[in-house]
Each structure stands twice: as C-alpha cells, then as structure tokens.
Design a protein around this ligand. Sequence first.
Ligand SMILES: NC(=O)c1ccc[n+]([C@@H]2O[C@H](COP(=O)([O-])OP(=O)(O)OC[C@H]3O[C@@H](n4cnc5c(N)ncnc54)[C@H](O)[C@@H]3O)[C@@H](O)[C@H]2O)c1
Length: 328
Amino acid sequence: MTTSPITVTVTGAAGNIGYALLFRIASGGLLGPDVPVRLNLLEIPAAVKAAEGTAMELNDSAFPLLDSVNIYDDVNQAFEGTNVGLLVGARPRTKGMERADLLAANGGIFGPQGKAINDHAADDVKVLVVGNPANTNAYIAAASAPDVPADRFNAMMRLDHNRAMSQLKEKTGTAISDIKKVVVWGNHSADQHPDVSYATLDGKPALEAVDAQWLDSYFVPTVAKRGAAIIEARGASSAASAASAAIDHVYDWVNGTKEGDWTTAGVASHGEYGVPEGLIFGFPTTSAGGEWQIVTGLDVSDATRAGIERNIKAAQEEIDAVKELDIL
Ligand SMILES: NC(=O)c1ccc[n+]([C@@H]2O[C@H](COP(=O)([O-])OP(=O)(O)OC[C@H]3O[C@@H](n4cnc5c(N)ncnc54)[C@H](O)[C@@H]3O)[C@@H](O)[C@H]2O)c1
C-alpha cells in the first residue's frame, strides 16, 4: 500500500444505511482493494454517541485499509479535504408531513452541505446523494456549490438499476453478469421508468425473452415500488441493498464501467433526451477516467418518451417548490 489515504465523508453515519455502508468502505469495496481510506463521519449532535459506537466497531475490525475514523457534528470540519462525499443523512417524511415541509427540512441539510463541500472539499471531490428525495437533494447541494462542477454531484439511481437486474434474473434465470444495458430513467421515486428496451440477456435482446404484459403489469411496478415492499416485509426500509448500491455507484464512477455495458446514474443533464439542463436524472451512463458520460443517440420508444416526460415533470415540480420556499 503506497498511496496516501482518500478521505471519504459519510453523512448520517449512525443510521441504518450508514451501518451497512461503512464496513464495506473500510474493507476496500468503495474504491478498490489497494486504496487506504480516512473516514469522516458526520452526524447530528444527538447521534454522535451512536456514531462513536460504530467507529469503535470499525476500529475493532482491524481493516488494513482503514487509516482513521473521525466523527463530526460540524459540517465544515466533516468535509475538510473530502475526496468522496456520501450524503446519506436526510430528514425522513413523517406522518402528516406536507411535501413543502419535507423539502424545506432537506433544503436546510443539503444546502449547507453543498456549501461546505464548495468551501472545504478537495478539488477532485465526487458526491453521491442517497438521502431522499435524492434527485432534488442533489440538485440543492450542487446549486449551493458554485465552484464545484455540477457533474460531480450525483443522485443514487443504482439501487433501482440493481432491482431491475434482479427482477430480470428471477424471471429468466440469466446470471447477473450476463444481463447488460438495463436503465432506470428519471428519479428515485415511484415515477421512475425502468426500461429493458436496450437490454440483453446472454447477448440476446431481453425483449425476445419477456413479454409486454409482464413488463407493464409486473416488472415496472415491482421495481418502482420495491422500497415499499421491503418496508412491508422487513418492518424497516432497505438499508444493506442501498449501501451496496452506493458502493457500486462510486466504485464504477472511480474505476470505470465494464466494456460493452452501462449502468444507471443520476447525473446532471446537459439537455440529453430533452431533459432540461441541470436536472439530476437517471440516465444510461458509462464511466471512464473518473467521469460519467451519458449514453446518447438511443432510439426512444413512445413508452420511454412518456416515462422520461413524467419524470421531468415530477423533478421540475419539486425544484419549483424548492425555489418557492426560497431554499435556493
Ligand atoms: N436513493 C436511494 O436509492 C435510497 C434508498 C434507500 C434509502 N434512501 C434514503 O437514505 C436516507 C437514509 O436512510 P437510513 O435508513 O439510513 O435512515 P436512518 O434514519 O436510519 O438514518 C439517517 C441518519 O441521518 C442522520 N442525519 C439526519 N440529519 C442529518 C444531518 N443534517 N447531518 C448528518 N446526519 C444527519 C440521522 O441522525 C440518522 O442517524 C433516507 O433519506 C432514505 O429515504 C435512499
């Protein structure tokens, strides 16, 4: 091990996703088996003690790649020198909470975090927003960091992508490694548009293996509503699969996607597929040299077009509501 440690800041570190995520980062899953990490954990003051407990366990795991674990309740200190920021902590929607209240609460978290990243993070910082509403929170953080290129702020769509892969595997028996070019357009919400139009299974078009009836009446709603199904079954929201998806997203961003395949990342639009510039949107993406490229030039069916439009509308409405609340 010769390289100096990469600083990874995780917000909401004492939460459920945090607990599943931190050990995988420390064991090399996020950046690779030869990259030492310095973990900065950000929590609210009430959860600092719990974060300290997690830090004790991280240290007790004696991970060779773990340089140090540092705990903060100060956003500026937590993002000092950050190379990778995983913004997990968010204000959940509680019973009876209006959308405006939810957006205001999260604006109060992701605005200051974006600013702290702008002022304190390393020049090469990469940020993945996991906390919901992820696409809008990523937009708020990016807008609060004018000196950081907007391309460095992503929203996590990888869990939706992985869920789509899992449904295809279950239906057709194809190994995950032989399923390629799935995409989930749009937002991490029930509006999302999981799409197998371009997907291949063992090199053959997925559309030859699955019929429209299954896609419309089972696949799309199962993927889009999987979060609710997990809550119903587990009595708690998805945590380990969300952590695993965050690991996949950053690993691919840093190390590149596989030749002949793409993944889904929520990245800032430059106008691709008619998505307004700046919206952080799930697209088919490849990565090379630490940068995402949106796959362009795909033929878009009427159903996909409608799915993209539905997601643009939902994302735009949320951002308009944020602007009305004077968060931005
Ligand atoms: N994008 C996705 O695919 C996806 C999937 C699953 C969950 N999520 C979202 O991830 C978020 C976290 O989920 P969880 O199950 O870990 O929740 P959790 O409630 O278990 O943990 C959240 C943690 O965030 C902390 N926190 C709150 N405000 C903070 C702030 N300002 N700074 C630092 N920490 C703060 C809390 O103290 C808590 O420890 C939720 O918003 C959830 O909806 C997203």
